[in-house]
Design a protein around this ligand. Structure first.
Ligand SMILES: CC(C)(COP(=O)(O)OP(=O)(O)OC[C@H]1O[C@@H](n2cnc3c(N)ncnc32)[C@H](O)[C@@H]1O)[C@@H](O)C(=O)NCCC(=O)NCCS
Ligand SMILES: Nc1ncnc2c1ncn2[C@@H]1O[C@H](COP(=O)(O)OP(=O)(O)OP(=O)(O)O)[C@@H](O)[C@H]1O
Length: 203
């Protein structure tokens, strides 16, 4: 099975592009969904987060207060590192489990959508890295609009991630998502067809 890693900075368009890829009948594993599932109320990962960051990161009903944890970790690189050390091994194990389930069903190609594919050391489980590019101004504006963040909050999140210029070194393909949805659809088609022709797969 060919495994394609899709990555890019926050609000670069991973979900938008994943949805386009699903139209080719290629299954997409979404690390952001897994990251939400592993911190469900009462889970071992949530308990470790509480031990590290205290009860303050919980809502009254015992669920994770995501906004509060985000405020803590995206303002302090050391704290973010601690959170990553708790969550990333569990996210990676779950991704591998889902890949194995697809392999058992004889799936020929799958995509894993992982925001921190490169920073988190997930590249060893993929055959190709597809990196999404979006120019800085567009990224900031889309992030502020989508998550209703202030400029300061949005900039903090962006700067907690590796720069595009660094990530580029790991990329096999780059999709520019700075333009219209139609432009991106054409870029996605080019990349999917490129990978499939190299691997001898039909799309
Ligand atoms: C800090 C948390 C609670 C904030 O939750 P929130 O609902 O505000 O954001 P959400 O999870 O939807 O993530 C949105 C985007 O933020 C960025 N982001 C998330 N986690 C991180 C991180 N550890 N480092 C840098 N950027 C991150 C990604 O681009 C992601 O797509 C949450 O992001 C989290 O638990 N992060 C740790 C797990 C993780 O690394 N997830 C990314 C998948 S590899
Ligand atoms: N080409 C485009 N033109 C206009 N808006 C776009 C385009 N691509 C994405 N968007 C919008 O930009 C925002 C970010 O896109 P999306 O949610 O797909 O990014 P993401 O990389 O999955 O984000 P995250 O890192 O938070 O998971 C969304 O509101 C989306 O609708």
């Amino acid at each position: 099975m060919v495994i394609v890693g899709l990555t890019g900075g926050i609000a670069s368009g991973k979900s938008t592009i994943s949805n386009m890829i699903r139209k080719y009948n290629i299954p997409v594993i979404d690390a952001d969904i897994i990251a939400r599932e592993i911190v469900m109320k009462g889970s071992p990962v949530l308990n470790r987060i509480i031990s590290e960051f205290g009860d303050d990161v919980l809502n009254h009903d015992g669920t994770l207060n995501r906004k509060r944890l985000a405020d803590i970790v995206f303002s302090d690189k050391e704290k973010l590192k601690k959170l990553n050390m708790i969550t990333h091994p569990v996210i990676k194990a779950e991704i591998i489990k889902q890949i194995e389930a697809l392999r058992e069903r004889n799936t020929s190609c799958c995509v894993i959508d992982v925001p921190l594919l490169i920073e988190g050391g997930f590249t060893d489980i993929v055959d190709y890295v597809v990196l999404i590019y979006v120019d800085d101004k567009t990224q900031l504006q889309r992030l502020m609009d989508r998550d209703r963040l202030s400029k300061g909050e949005a900039k903090k999140r962006i700067s907690s991630q590796m720069k595009f210029s660094e990530k580029k070194k790991y990329a096999d393909f780059i999709i520019d998502n700075s333009g219209s949805i139609e432009d991106t659809r054409r870029e996605v088609d080019r990349v999917i067809k490129g990978i499939c022709s190299m691997e001898g797969l039909n799309v």
